[in-house]
Write a protein that binds this ligand. Structure first.
Ligand code: NAD
Length: 421
């Protein structure tokens, strides 16, 4: 787990370094084109701070999900109140201590707490609320924000599918799926693979390869592996047990299934062809259970994905160029990764966020700065060249001229001026 934390701290350091390096460019007014309608004029888009913003974060990556939005909020010139998750109390306390110690308390404050404290914060008027968490609570946040007409960014989750084509490098595919699922907080990650779609023919090969690589990574008894995170608390342990213990689901375990409630451990668990209407296929899993659904042909995977709420991420493993292109063009998800899992979130040049049920708005890199800025339209007009055409009394000729100006049609404008129209 130490390894994971170090990687995440590096991601945060990169976000900070990038903001420090690029801030001048991000803040610079952006020139905008003008037209005949406003001639003579110049125009620009000016980024201005929104004011005081609230960041509410989740427990599963408590530092990254708290500090990364705060970087965007401060870069854009806002004051911030951060509310870390109460489910990671040690991180929440440390964030309070460190942010108080190193940042200007008139600009950044941490408020710790759970539902009562968050509800009290939500009663206040904010200039933006940036929320990371479940879709269920996302609705509570949005309803509270609506009372004050406060804009929101909702970074939610969902059931992120992985489509595996038989035309792939099986070993690399399997290793990347494993590390993307169980290597990242034991499946307790928003972009974790939620279920796999593959053909009936290919599934046995895929499962055998997964078993082999899982054993290489985590040993014969993965529940005891030091590289395997525990489940965050007993509520989440019981929630996952409930998903697994449905009769028609527990029958479908082809690998794993071991649980240890005392130590909050659940082994990597693969299930084959669970019913589509089971709990495990209805809710976001957010844990170490991975159903594989088999199809007659891979084409059907498009229908399965499209028939469900839009996920935060969708993954495809294939060598097939046409399939890659079609997947990227037709599957709607917060982000698409071909031939890997979750790594898109490390690229600051890509926006990170959901669509539909998986959220709204995005951040990372300059997208974070933009998420916390108002893009103000500024037009500088000259007091010269004042045309009588916009002032009464109006005439047909003035109307024609005005229309040519509004259409920015220089040809029509000349025709009108030369009396040809
Ligand atoms: P959660 O929704 O339970 O809690 C998130 C935050 O909301 C916490 O700070 C919590 O105190 C607050 N909260 C909880 N109940 C509340 C209520 N009734 N009123 C007001 N505030 C309340 O989410 P979680 O369990 O911490 O995180 C798991 C979920 O978050 C998953 O769905 C996961 O996919 C999603 N997630 C998304 C991202 C992303 O970047 N898109 C990242 C991590 C987690």
């Amino acid at each position: 787990m130490f390894y994971q934390q170090r990687v995440l701290v590096s991601l945060l350091r990169n976000s900070i370094k990038l903001a420090l390096k690029q801030l001048k460019n991000w803040m610079a007014p952006e020139k905008a084109k003008t037209s005949l309608t406003t001639f003579p004029a110049s125009a620009e888009i000016v980024s201005e701070p929104l004011g005081v913003v609230l960041v509410i974060s989740a427990w599963n990556y408590p530092f990254l999900l708290s500090i990364d939005p705060v970087i965007g909020a401060i870069s854009a010139g806002n004051a911030v109140v951060l509310k870390p998750s109460e489910l990671a109390p040690a991180s929440s306390a440390l964030l309070t201590k460190l942010l108080e110690q190193y940042l200007d308390p008139s600009a950044v404050r941490v408020v710790e707490g759970a539902v009562t404290e968050t509800s009290a914060l939500l009663e206040q008027k904010w200039d933006k609320i940036f929320y990371t968490g479940s879709s269920k609570i996302g609705r509570v946040i949005m309803a509270a924000a609506a009372k004050h007409l406060t804009p929101v960014v909702l970074e939610l989750g969902g059931k992120s599918p992985v489509v595996v084509d038989s035309d792939t490098d099986l070993k690399v595919t399997v290793r990347r799926i494993i590390v993307g699922k169980w290597g990242c907080n034991n499946g307790q990650a928003c972009v974790s693979p939620d279920y796999i779609l593959t053909t009936k023919e290919y599934a046995p090969k895929l499962i055998d390869a997964m078993k082999l690589e899982l054993e290489k990574f985590y040993g014969k008894n993965p529940i005891e592996s030091k590289d395997m995170s525990r489940i965050v608390n007993s509520n989440h342990f019981d929630r996952l047990s409930k998903l697994l213990d449905e009769k028609e689901v527990s029958d479908k375990i082809v690998y794993g299934g071991e649980k240890d409630r005392e130590n909050l451990k659940i082994a990597p668990t693969i299930l084959l062809d669970v019913p589509l209407d089971s709990l495990i296929m209805s809710e976001e899993i957010f844990g170490p259970l991975l159903p594989i659904l088999t199809l007659n042909n891979l084409e059907e995977s498009f229908d399965v994905i499209r028939s469900r709420p839009k996920p935060l991420a969708a993954y495809l493993f294939t060598h097939n160029k046409k399939l890659k292109e079609r997947f990227a063009a037709t599957v709607s998800a917060g982000g698409i990764v071909v031939n890997d899992i979750a790594v898109h979130l490390a690229l600051h040049t890509l926006p990170f966020g959901g669509v539909g049920e998986s959220g709204m708005g995005a951040y990372h890199g300059k997208f974070s700065f933009d998420a916390f800025s108002h893009k103000k339209a500024v037009l500088y007009r000259s007091l010269f060249g004042d045309s009588a055409v916009r002032y009464p009394p109006y005439s047909r000729g003035k109307l024609r001229l005005l229309k040519a100006l509004v259409d920015s049609n220089i040809f029509d404008l000349f025709k009108v001026l030369l009396g040809l129209a």
